[in-house]
Design a protein around this ligand. Structure first.
Ligand code: TXA
Ligand code: MG
Length: 330
């Protein structure tokens, strides 16, 4: 039997700023809402605090974290911005874009955050995240608030169910608006490498940048992205054209596959076929379908364009072969 432990204190974001800052300043990781997913945040300049993030998540140490900043001034003190990088930050910050840039010497970012790389992943979140960073006056390292390899938390309840016995405080900002992690782009001179599709569609970034996002680098550039991730307990079966006995169904759009009625339970990512709505529902629906104890979760085909790229990416990782090699994601 598992030892019973008290679950985390859940505090509404309106009332949480002071307490969150106090705990963070004392080196304690705190789960906070961002517009993408909840983050497990700690002072990015404090190695002990950052080490606790890895421990709580069971995350491999070679997988670097995103440093979250309050504004452009803080970002500029940490990393070197080319004009192209500045243009992207200007267009999409605060928001779900993470830029991988050369880290400055004396940035103060602890090497555990960057896993010793000479680059740093930077993001300026919207809302509570930005407020808590500004008040603390320090960048926050914050991976998604979930056990490594599991589904990212998009509500305080989901975070509590996963990490509640390992952390002291969860700041409740309601369900996250975007529902998927940030898009990660590495800026290399005039080239842009898409390391992870996410909450901003690649097409939108290309329109601002005037160059194409190069794909296929993620395996090398973001080691934590290699294997199974976002994994519910039930196996996930993609592009289903019929339901098999005992399966639950994750649907998309107004039309159902032929024998949808045979499913143990059906949840629709977006009845009207809207990818933004589908992204916002993705992780919560996966958790809810997992909870019915179905034999597997069948997933209807989802279009590949726009936010569909990120949705299909997360689903492919949820369906990837499971292994316990420590190669799991973030
Ligand atoms: O929306 C988000 O990005 C959320 C919220 C909390 O901000 N955070 C998040 O963090 O998704 P995490 O740790 O789950 O994912 C960060 C990813 C990892 O795949 C990591 O490998 C990659 O960013 N990464 C971090 N630093 C990097 C670097 N210097 N070069 C390449 N990849 C990097
Ligand atoms: Mg993650």
């Amino acid at each position: 039997l598992r030892e019973w432990k008290e679950l985390a204190r859940i505090v509404a974001e309106e009332d949480a700023l002071e307490e969150a800052c106090r705990r963070l300043a004392a080196g304690e990781p705190v789960a906070i809402p961002t517009e993408t997913v909840y983050g497990l945040a700690a002072d990015a300049t404090d190695g002990t605090a950052v080490a606790r993030i890895f421990e709580i998540k069971g995350r491999p140490r070679f997988n670097p974290l995103i440093a979250h900043v309050a504004d452009m001034a803080m970002a500029g003190s940490i990393a070197v911005f080319t004009p192209l990088a500045s243009r992207l930050a200007g267009a999409f910050w605060p928001g779900p874009l993470t830029l991988v840039l050369p880290v400055r010497e004396g940035s103060g970012i602890h090497p555990l955050v960057t896993a010793g790389l000479d680059t740093v992943a930077l993001r300026n979140p919207r809302g509570f995240g930005a407020r808590v960073i500004a008040r603390l006056g320090r960048p926050l390292a914050a991976p998604s608030a979930n056990t490594s390899g599991r589904i990212s938390g998009t509500s305080a309840g989901a975070v509590n169910a996963d990490l509640g016995d390992r952390i002291g405080m969860i700041v409740d900002g309601g369900p996250t608006r975007v529902g998927l992690e940030s898009t990660i782009v590495k800026v290399e001179g005039d080239r842009l490498l898409l390391l992870r599709p996410g909450g901003i569609a690649a097409e939108e970034i290309e329109a601002v940048a005037g160059v194409r996002l190069e794909r296929g680098a993620s395996g090398v550039q973001a080691p934590g992205m290699l294997a199974s991730h976002y994994a519910p307990d039930a196996p996930v079966r993609l592009n289903a054209d019929r339901v098999r006995p005992g399966e639950a169904l994750l649907a998309f759009g107004p039309r159902r596959i032929a024998n949808a009625d045979a499913a143990v339970k059906v949840l629709n990512l977006s009845q009207r076929g809207d990818l933004k709505e589908a992204a916002a529902n993705l992780f919560a629906h996966l958790l809810a379908l997992d909870a019915v104890g179905a034999k597997a979760i069948a997933v209807e085909p989802i279009p590949a364009a726009g936010l569909g790229e990120a949705i299909n990416d997360r689903l492919a990782r949820a369906a990837a072969p499971r292994q316990d090699s420590g190669e799991k994601g973030s």
